[in-house]
Each structure stands twice: as C-alpha cells, then as structure tokens.
Design a protein around this ligand. Structure first.
Ligand code: BTN
Length: 247
C-alpha cells in the first residue's frame, strides 16, 4: 500500500477527498493514499472533529478493496489496521501503546492516534473501504479544550519525518491486510485483544443512562466490546458504551 500517494496541501478531509474521487468513478488502485498537510474539516468517529496543526502530523486516507471479507466480518479489517498501527508506534516509542476499542491508539492514558474507517458497500457487495488515519507526530501543544492527548514528540522528545512514518505505517498495514486476505490472520484477534487498553482492569463505564464498573474481556465476532460486570459478560456496540475519562 502507499505506492501511489496523492499529497495535498489543504483539504477538508482526506477521507472525503478520496470518497469524492471514487464517487466520480475515478479508477484508483488499491493502496492509493491521500495525505494532507492541513485538513480544515478533519473528521473523527461519532461526528467528532479531528484537529491537527498544519504540517506537524500525519493525516491520510488509504484505499482498500476488501471484497474477500464478508460484510459480517468487517471488524477483521479494523483489527488488522489497528494492530498494524499499534505495532509501528510501539516500535518507535519503545514502550507499549494500547488500542482503545475500537481503534484509538493510546499511550499511557493519552490519545496518540485515531482511525476512521468508512466501509462503503452496496447491498452485500463491497465497493471500497477508506481507512482514515490521524497520528499526532510533531505537534507539542494542544488546545486546552482537548484533553488526554499526546504526540510522538511529546513522548520521546524527537521529531519524525512524516514521509518515513507514512511509509512504515502503510507497509505494516499492507502486511496485516495480506495476512487477512491469505487467511494467515489466526493471530490477529489475539494480538488485538491482548493490546486492548484497560483489558481485564476494573474500570468505570457509562452505558446508556447508568454507570457500571466492569472489566473488558475482549470483543465478539461482530466487534462488540465484551465487559464483565459482576459475574455476567455484557456486550456493547459502538454507541452503547463510553469510558469514564481518566482524571
Ligand atoms: C477518531 O479518533 O475519532 C478518528 C480520527 C481519524 C482522523 C483521520 S485524519 C485523516 C482522515 N481524514 C479525516 O477526516 N479523518 C481521518
């Protein structure tokens, strides 16, 4: 992946840009990457904004055609991408990063990167998947309103050339993606679960109207989060649970 890189100075969102190209039936090869120095409408999950100081960080989108994945197993793609990014960042820092379900990359209790995967299907047929990735790299000051955020530079003190990091991330994602395609992904699930942020630690969550104390034990086939509360295991979908923020 990443052989074909379209580098933009300024764009609303690299995910939008890639989806626009595809909706105009522009033929794009798998592995095409759109990267931007600046996004003025960067998007995160749950309609959140993704803010990133121009030129300092990685904001890019990768195009995949994962037609070999059954639509019911879309979470496998999330797993492959998350473990790839997590491994690269862990390697750079030299200490473990964690995956906050479903796909935030966390160091300590702070967010280092985020992933917005947009799977576009028509009926049961895949059209494409846009993997949008934002990694905080060389930015060291963040707006007061953003809590629990960090960057590679804040962690290690070093600056990182963005193009090298982009290449490294794309290569790691490609490896995991090929393993998935070639049915060599038996270890993906275990790697994902064992790297989950707060795995098996009692933690306070908000579910619907109530707060519960529970321990994350894993995810199910559909990617729902499994949380042990008392003696019961509950499963939660994306909008059904949130973590009570660390102090
Ligand atoms: C999240 O943490 O909620 C996901 C953040 C994803 C941000 C990336 S930056 C590149 C791509 N383009 C976007 O508009 N969003 C993703």
């Amino acid at each position: 992946a990443g052989q074909k890189i379209i580098a933009l100075q300024r764009v609303d969102s690299t995910n939008n840009y890639l989806k626009n190209l595809l909706s105009k039936s522009k033929p794009l090869t798998e592995g095409t990457v759109i990267m931007a120095e600046e996004q003025f409408d960067g998007r995160g999950q749950f309609n959140n904004k993704w803010l990133s100081e121009p030129g300092k960080n990685l904001t890019f989108s990768l195009l995949l055609y994962p037609s070999f994945i059954s639509p019911n197993s879309q979470f496998l793609l999330n797993i492959a991408v998350s473990i790839a990014i997590n491994d690269v960042l862990t390697g750079i820092i030299g200490q473990e990063c964690k995956i906050k379900w479903p796909n935030d990359i966390i160091f300590g209790n702070n967010k280092l990167g985020g992933v917005l995967i947009e799977n576009i299907l028509s009926g049961k047929q895949w059209k494409y998947a846009v993997i949008g990735i934002g990694i905080n790299v060389n930015q060291t000051s963040f707006s007061e309103s953003i809590k629990n955020v960090t960057s590679l530079k804040k962690i290690t003190g070093a600056s990182y050339p963005l193009n090298n990091l982009l290449a490294e991330l794309c290569a790691a994602i490609e490896t995991r993606y090929r393993e998935l395609r070639d049915n060599q992904c038996a270890q993906h699930y275990g790697r994902y679960v064992s790297n989950l942020y707060r795995l098996n630690e009692p933690h306070k969550f908000i579910t619907g109207e109530s707060e519960v104390i529970g321990k994350i034990t894993g995810v199910d086939q559909g990617g729902r989060l499994l949380v042990k509360v008392g003696d019961d295991i509950h499963s939660y979908g994306l909008k059904e649970i949130s973590y009570v923020q660390e102090p």
